[in-house]
Design a protein. Structure first.
Lengths: 318, 318
């Protein structure tokens, strides 16, 4: 029978691991995807009206690997009123040789949070300006914490400006991140972020633009993490139109939803080159980031779930 | 934490249950699907070349129900050489209210076998000729056993002709089904089935037609169960072209694969009416089967997995 691993054990494994090691697994997630070494069918989606919720099924495998992975993640947005987390999920790990279920990772969505945070770190590693003088975090939720946590060590900067919609959420964010060694300023005024930061991460479930082109520094990188489903948007389309470098985790997926989708719909990206993050990682040429405005649009791909599951399984075997 | 139920316990629950009760759950599976009361996204598929295997993810929910279900089923065809079943799988049952995982049914594919067998019984209940004088089973595998087992009580006939590709598989089939009260004749000659039977069930993984129009009785019903993936086919397309009544579990799915797909591809079904099994069940008009040739094309739909999971969960709660 399959082994079943609970969230506590998974958290312990992740938290004791050196960040550069986790990042290397995530780099392989993007490189295998863009290099055609992975089989990743379209994301399965299930939506509910009342109470509102959505479920994503991301699945696939890296060729010549041991496992294939089916990851289920849900968001039920009225859960907090019941005292339950809105997000939930699990990773199922099967043998590529026999189809047998090997391990159920009952991570309750934790591994999705981790791999999404790591993706932000990978984007920053390759795309942040050489000297980061301020990190901007737009959003105050779980993933806004993850993003900042995983930037430590990747980016040599401890000055952080956090934008949120309420003083309460900003204070809670600041309190929870103080122990991580950052110097955090909070603001309700979005322009403070553009004025003080040249590495900005957007991490909200917004359905209309929060960050606009006006007021941004000339040499700035933006990683957009929030728009993981159709209808979500965090960046004004002008940012994508004017970007000197536009990077997607998956070009096909970002054209279907995400920030790039919105700009394509508006007819603003005609003839514009979109690089995949895996291409940036794998190619010496693309690793020389040009000065200017760069954007990474991250919608989340199955190879991330595969790689984080691979990592946990290897640790369990050791 | 989610409860985890193993195959033994699931088998016990199913085996102690009256067949008519199980059939009523499967009728609701088809009726809810065709009545638009279910949300069923397209099937997710993952295929492997070496060793050859395929994985199907069927998922969805019946509106106003308690649960949504994600069913994963795999077939790895070289497993028997390792002493492992080729098919495997599990059903994941989640709350429609919170998205939380409620129950993992580690049935190893058993519930898929059961719900597929029950679908054959439902098809026979509504579509078999009034007097069945011979049941033809084409195929000798696990599902060929399931189909016959679940016809008992649904159809008043104990004369069975079984066709297979080898004497060994036929003897094994006959031996395993003897205790069920059927009078079984085996044959390597496909025409024996058409000559002696007016209810025929095809249950093979064939990729080319086994049963042809010639030699069939005038008033006969055929249920085709085998063609669950693109490329599979058991019936000559002439059978579908000449059918007086053509029934699909899901018209859209059968047009994409299954027997109907093959006949559509050959241009033989232009203007031909295809009824769904759920429409037959729900409509007094369609329940009057006309004499002649009827065909039910069953490719397997998520509401069957939902309903069989619903049934098991209700039993666990009692």
């Amino acid at each position: 029978m399959a082994q079943i691993i609970d969230r506590d054990r998974i958290e312990k494994i992740i938290k004791k691991t050196d960040l550069t090691r986790l990042i290397s697994y995530m780099e392989e997630a993007f490189a295998s995807y863009s290099g055609g070494r992975a089989v990743v069918p379209p994301v399965g989606t299930l939506t509910f009206d009342s109470p509102p919720g959505d479920v994503h099924i991301k699945y696939g495998y890296i060729k010549d690997d041991s496992y294939y992975v089916i990851k289920i993640a849900s968001g039920f947005y009225e859960n907090p009123s019941l005292g339950i987390d809105s997000s939930n999920g699990l990773n199922l790990v099967f043998s590529q040789k026999t189809g047998q279920l090997e391990t159920i990772l009952l991570d309750e969505g934790y591994l999705t949070d981790v791999r999404t945070g790591l993706a932000g770190a990978v984007a920053a590693k390759y795309l942040a300006p050489e000297k980061v003088y301020g990190i901007g975090i737009i959003g105050t939720g779980t993933q806004a914490r993850m993003q900042l946590r995983y930037l430590k060590g990747t980016v040599q900067c401890n000055k952080v400006v956090v934008w949120g919609r309420s003083e309460e959420s900003l204070s809670a964010y600041k309190a929870s991140m103080r122990s991580e060694g950052f110097e955090i300023t909070t603001t309700l005024e979005i322009n403070d972020v553009g004025r003080q930061c040249n590495l900005i991460v957007t991490v909200t479930p917004s359905t209309s633009p929060i960050l606009e082109l006006e007021g941004l520094a000339e040499d700035v990188h933006i990683t957009a993490v929030g728009a993981d489903t159709a209808g979500k948007q965090e960046l004004g389309t002008g940012i994508l139109e004017q970007a000197d470098l536009l990077v997607a985790d998956s070009e096909s997926q970002c054209r279907e939803h995400g920030e790039i989708h919105k700009a394509v719909q508006a007819g603003l990206l005609k003839g514009k080159k979109i690089l995949e993050l895996g291409e940036v990682i794998s190619s010496a040429e693309h690793q020389r980031r040009p000065a200017g405005l760069s954007v990474a649009d991250l919608t989340g791909i199955a190879t991330q779930d595969i790689q984080i599951s691979n990592f946990v399984l290897e640790q369990l075997q050791n």
